[in-house]
Design a protein around this ligand. Structure first.
Ligand SMILES: NC(=O)c1ccc[n+]([C@@H]2O[C@H](COP(=O)([O-])OP(=O)(O)OC[C@H]3O[C@@H](n4cnc5c(N)ncnc54)[C@H](OP(=O)(O)O)[C@@H]3O)[C@@H](O)[C@H]2O)c1
Length: 384
């Protein structure tokens, strides 16, 4: 029986994880769950899954949850509790499903403690890839990707990486694929969040619409699979059926296919190296009219180009990009800036913040805070 801790339990990935875990009561039990402010959803989850611990990062939300709970779950609050339970001796598997940089410290804590980390929080790798991968190597932790593209590559590489020449991440192109740039200036947050294939949280939905999500995934793949930017391609595949490709020197190309449902990748991260039921239906290719593939348009989707530039620049550049992106996406979701301004804010922040070495978590946090400040002041200047 494995004890599962899910950080970000009230979100899209967190709820899908609970869904898969519930199919296997003989294999898994929920040890701890976390959320930020949504104590009402957490109350439901506590009643349904009876965790030992529930963390509400927000102190007032923790009080509300404590007052409403009539079970034996222990309620904790504050950011430190996330790392404490990620590294807790009774946590066997950690689902890292907090959105953004807020998930980084707890992911690192689990890596240092040698846990199996089921990694949805790609921002951890983008911000602190070298530090996190070092911690994984030193502790013997298992880092299993949950992003569907990286899960696909991870599955394709189970036979080893000998002869691997490149990988190609598939991208749906988001809700605005083929929409002319002139129309994108006025799109609303709800339109940007209406993804054609995947149901996701609002930040990653906007990232998919700008293709920054694919940019973050290119950087994530660099750290996970130890590949240079020249060996990581992106191809637009609007149907989201093929989840990525691994190309080998002998001309072979391996890929993993499946319906666009995150429970497949979550299930694999839980059951690896075996497989078990995820609740996802069988793919029937005879029901699919066509599978299309296009090269990405880096002029229309300049966020993807910026991510490649940041990866080439190395050191702190990817962290700067991700921090600025969190601020710009938040401003867009709150109607402070237009959709097309997201990429220009990222470009200006990358120009303004120096690229420095990141040797410690403090260096990472300092660069993250500075980049956020710079992005905020660029937004203020844009709105003035
Ligand atoms: N959704 C997908 O299909 C998908 C696919 C691949 C990768 N991912 C990655 O998985 C991560 C989660 O995505 P999601 O779509 O599940 O996000 P989401 O639906 O927005 O859920 C985010 C979760 O994080 C919690 N949270 C938010 N801010 C926090 C903070 N400052 N401190 C601690 N917890 C915080 C939220 O709690 P509250 O509910 O209290 O706000 C919620 O539980 C992201 O890194 C995303 O890129 C997602």
């Amino acid at each position: 029986m494995k004890n599962i801790t899910i950080l970000g339990a009230t979100g899209s990935i967190g709820l899908s994880t609970l869904n898969v875990v519930s199919l296997h009561p003989d294999k898994y039990q929920i040890f701890a769950l976390s959320a930020n402010t949504n104590w009402q959803k957490m109350l439901e989850l506590c009643h349904a899954h009876k965790p030992h611990f529930a963390i509400m990062v927000d102190v007032a939300a923790a009080e509300q949850l404590q007052n409403a709970l009539n079970s034996e779950t222990i309620v904790l609050s504050g950011e430190a509790a996330l790392s404490e339970l990620a590294a807790h001796e009774q946590t066997d598997y950690l689902m890292a499903a907090i959105v953004g940089a807020a998930g980084m410290a707890s992911t690192l804590a689990a890596a240092q403690a040698g846990k199996r980390i089921m990694l949805a929080n790609k921002e951890s790798l983008v911000l602190a890839g070298d530090i996190l991968m070092d911690a994984v190597r030193h502790s013997g932790a298992e880092l299993i990707p949950v992003d569907s593209e990286h899960s696909a590559i991870f599955q394709c590489l189970q036979g080893g990486t000998k002869g691997l020449s490149k990988i190609q991440l598939t991208a749906s192109g988001g809700p605005f694929l083929g929409v002319p740039l002139t129309k994108l200036a006025t799109v609303t947050p709800d339109e940007a969040c209406a993804h054609p294939n995947w149901v996701m949280g609002r930040k990653i939905s906007v990232d998919s619409a700008t293709m920054m999500n694919k940019g973050l995934e290119v950087i994530e793949a660099h750290f996970l699979f130890g590949l240079s930017h020249e060996n990581i391609d992106v191809v637009v595949h609007p149907q989201s059926i093929i989840h990525s490709f691994a190309y080998f020197d002998d001309g072979s190309v391996l890929s993993q296919l499946g319906l666009p449902d995150m429970r497949t990748a979550i299930s694999y991260a839980l059951s690896h190296p075996e497989r078990h039921n995820s609740g996802v239906g069988m793919l029937d290719l005879t029901q699919k009219k066509s599978l299309e593939f296009y090269p990405p348009d880096l002029d229309a989707f300049s966020c993807l180009r910026l991510a490649y530039d940041a990866l080439k620049a190395g050191k702190s550049a990817a962290g700067t990009l991700s921090a600025a992106n969190e601020i710009a996406v938040d401003a867009f979701l709150n109607n402070k800036i237009g959709f097309l301004e997201i990429s220009s804010i990222l470009e200006k922040t990358l120009e303004a913040v120096s690229v420095v070495s990141l040797d410690t978590l403090d260096d990472v946090m300092e660069n993250d805070q500075l980049s956020r400040q710079v992005a905020r002041s660029i937004i203020e200047a844009t709105c003035a």
